[in-house]
Ligand binder design. Sequence first.
Ligand code: SAH
Length: 222
Amino acid sequence: MELEFSGDTPRFKELREKMVKYQIQQRGIRDPNVLQAMLFVPRHLFVPEEHLNEAYDDHPLPIGKGQTISQPYIVALMTEALELKKEDKVLEIGTGSGYQAAILALIAKEVYTVERIKELYESAKERLDRLGFKNIFFKLFDGTLGWEDHSPFDAILVTAGAPSVPTPLVNQLKDGGRLVIPVGERHNQELIKITKKDGLQRTQNLGGCRFVDLVGVHGWKV
Ligand code: SAH
């Protein structure tokens, strides 16, 4: 896969190195694949022009349509929790800017990403295609229903806050698979990791977080 990051500059590269060192490594993220991917992907190419100077700051940013690109540390924490291997097939719910999908696509074999807002789906697809990603597949759909045709998945990541864990997502996880999802109230969730093993589910709580709503049949109602 030949990637085309012509919009990168030494200044942005330096900001990215600082982001990875101070916001991510120093807070305990160790997976070398995660650190490498976040050093590599020019995050500023995924944020709106008016927020360009904040692209590497320690907080989420608006991407239009009332949605956000997650804080860099949260992207790193969720990606590490997925325990990705290079042959893995991953499902992401909530494409948004496409930044998280790009990080996943550098580590895993294939990324299937679902978005419910047409404008975001179109701009993320255009952006990731233009940057040269060949292993990301897009769908405009209610991701609380998963992506049945390509299931089962080794890992599933939900990047919007859910009232409860959508059953279709658990069903579309392979045995040995990992699901990471923010679950809780509308403005305050816990990041939950579910591991499926021999028909059993193990649940871990990775801590508090704050995401925009997961809207759908198995999510919040519009
Ligand atoms: N991962 C994104 C962050 C996305 S913000 C990034 O890296 O930029 C959450 C996204 O989830 C929003 O774009 C929102 O429209 C989308 N979303 C919410 N409910 C959804 C659903 N049921 N199916 C698919 N996408 C959904």
